[in-house]
Ligand binder design. Sequence first.
Ligand SMILES: *Cc1c(COP(=O)(O)O)cnc(C)c1O
Length: 448
Amino acid sequence: MQEKPLDTNFHWHGFTQMAHYDPLVIREANGVWLTTTDGRRLLDGVASLWCNVHGHAKTEINDAIREQLDRVSHVTTLGMSCDTTERLARELARITPGDLSHVFFSSDGSSAVEAALKMAFQYWQQSGHHYVEKTKYLALNLAYHGDTTGAVSLGGIEYFHRLFSPILFDPIRGPLPCTYRLPEGVCLPKSCDHYASQIEGLLIRHHHELAAVVMEPLVQGAAGMITHPSGFLRRVRELCDRYQVLLICDEVATGFGRTGTMFACESEDVTPDILCLGKGLTGGYLPMAATVARPHVYEAFLAPVEASRQFFHGHTFAGNPLAAAAALASLELFQSEQTLHGVVPKSDYLRQRLSVLEENPFVGSIRGRGLMIGIEIVQDRQSKITLDSELLVGRRICEQAISQGVWIRPLGDVVVLMPPLSISEAELDMLADAVIASVENVTGNLKV
Ligand SMILES: *Cc1c(COP(=O)(O)O)cnc(C)c1O
């Protein structure tokens, strides 16, 4: 019997059908380019799953990790810390919106969300007997907050989440604040009011039992780059204040410049009570996430030791010094390379290049914010009816793009483009060329 390649035998990949997995093994990477073990070069069109910011093998980040490596690789954050991690916490407190200032570290985005959920719950439990019933969460339709059980409970994507329903808790389910498919009788200018009033209706009914509203601000990434009406986040903030419910913003995907500002919340001048960060935090180099709280949340946990009010949560590798060193180096690069200034011009350029696809009858929408773009392929652009999922159109487009030297990964029939923020104009051209050709090619073979 012939032995299969090592990778497929031993490595079980997430969200990957292993029976049909065609191994793609990367040996090294530089800038936006990945090199496979068999010598192919691929443009990293989704930033190694939405996390790479300044490109691969960036000298400043590599050097920072090496320098830290020679001092200390890991110490716990339970009752102690490392100076590098302390510096990062102070820096995150400085750059996050408003008075967000208390940083709780973990190792991935799902854990940052889990910590936020438990933090919000424990906060209310410790805020007086009027509030002990606040034990539920409001999550949006098609929400995605990670793959651990609490995060999946909030999740609203049937395809990923339904299977697990017997082991999940039920959130209060809000609307999908979508600007592409609007509810019957609602026009775009009125959509913000419409969705906000749906949220208000739920808060009127449930505020007494709600610990928090949890949402991805501006763009729901995994839902298919669903973009919210502008002003919606601001309205949710006001409603949470009015009905005494905490606001948790999950910026695991949108954080660190993706949408054009450092954090998506800034574009609506919103400070959530709790902010979840991950993905781009270390420039996409090492696993690290953070749950950042405002003083009123933090202070509910302060008490004499014997009162047992400390946050009952903590991860072994939280605040890892190597990851913290990478994160600090990444934040310095945002300064020295003025990374944020490039995001909107690059986004505009890519969108303008992609606009030829608007002629294609199968392209329903090209949407997103900053360098977080989705191209939705539909059966019919007028009715916005989706294609039969068995046609695997999104997947086939991405396979074609890979054969043309661009690595992208779809969400159903939404082709996702999320390159490192450092991508150059010439590289944006290569990305656009491969995507346009692949979309035209695959949709050209569909029967109308
Ligand atoms: C990716 C993502 C997560 C989960 O992060 P992991 O690091 O994969 O656990 C949570 N929320 C959002 C919005 C994400 O995009």
